[in-house]
Design a protein around this ligand. Structure first.
Ligand code: FAD
Length: 275
């Protein structure tokens, strides 16, 4: 059964690392609390100490550095949706926000929490992979940069090691001829996607990422190659076959494979691909 013995508010990153180390593997970082508190309530996780990082103001906000947009891990969903720099340089993330849950959750939830939580049906992990972003991780062993392709390991599992904190995300700024899009199917607005697709069209080619269609967000290589060759029908026919979707109360694996082909047609229109 879930239980948490205590709560501590970290003053800065060094303090957070000390608190986590003192908890001997039983410390849990809490940011917006929108997934962690539910997991504790459901008995899916437990810990001795909640380490609240929301007071570390350095981890909040968005800025441009060179040709990258740097997003602090504590930047809330609502702020990503309204930030002019995100709208200009990474519009895919801004477009994803209205698809994530509801206002109350978007007002508390953070992009770092969403990425660290790594729900396979979540929008931000798929967008981050489609954009080819880099995740900045700091921990007892120092600072490292993890490409999005290496960060998402399995259902709710990432490349974060014990005691690590995700501090930010570096997103390549959109190029002049680049297009972004996101499509998903849900039963009700704000639900997690039954299946969804995030897409980027660059001069170098397409990056199409499926979510809700496997244990982690997945690049769809066959669909990308067909789109690069200008064959949308072939891309829509191929995409279902390269997914590994679950069958659950939301729909069967076969239904999700079919939906992915339908969504790719809509996504291609957003990306400006000829139909
Ligand atoms: P928390 O809940 O505080 O933490 C989540 C996990 O990440 C914990 O394991 C925590 O230890 C870890 N963590 C948090 N921050 C860091 C960090 N910086 N470094 C290392 N580890 C960290 N999400 C979607 O994407 N799409 C949806 O449609 C959607 N619908 C939702 C509907 C409901 C009813 C609810 C309650 C949530 C929904 N969410 C959805 C989840 C929401 O987006 C969360 O805000 C997000 O998943 C977690 O962010 P958080 O800041 O609240 O993280």
């Amino acid at each position: 059964k879930a239980s948490v013995g205590g709560y501590a508010r970290a003053r800065d990153l060094a303090h957070a690392f000390d608190l986590l180390a003192a908890a001997n593997g039983m410390g849990r970082v809490i940011a917006g609390g929108q997934s962690l508190v539910a997991a504790l309530n459901l008995g899916l996780t437990a810990g001795d100490l909640l380490v609240d990082i929301t007071g570390i103001t350095d981890l909040r906000g968005v800025r441009v550095e060179g040709d990258h947009l740097l997003i602090g891990a504590l930047t809330r969903h609502v702020d990503i949706g309204s930030d002019p720099l995100v709208a200009e340089h990474a519009p895919l993330l801004a477009r994803a926000v209205p698809l994530i849950a509801h206002d109350a959750i978007r007002n508390r939830g953070t992009i770092g929490g969403s990425l660290a939580h790594a729900d396979p049906a979540a929008e931000f992990p798929a967008c981050i992979l489609a954009l080819g972003a880099t995740l900045i991780v700091e921990g007892p062993a120092g600072r490292r940069e993890v490409p999005a392709a290496d960060f998402f390991v399995d259902v709710f599992e990432t490349a974060l090691d014990e005691g690590d904190i995700l501090t930010g995300i570096a997103v390549p700024c959109i190029a002049a001829d680049e297009r972004h899009g996101i499509e998903e199917a849900t039963r009700r607005a704000g639900d997690y996607a039954i299946v969804g697709l995030a897409g980027v069209r660059r001069a170098a080619g397409h990056r199409i990422v499926a979510f809700g269609a496997g244990p982690r967000p997945m690049l769809c290589g066959a669909a990308m190659a067909a789109l690069d060759a200008g064959d949308l029908d072939a891309a829509c026919a191929a995409i279902g076959g390269e997914l590994d979707p679950p069958s659950d109360t939301q729909g069967s694996a076969a239904y999700r494979r079919h939906l992915a082909g339908v969504l790719l047609g809509r996504l291609a229109a957003q990306l400006g691909d000829p139909s």
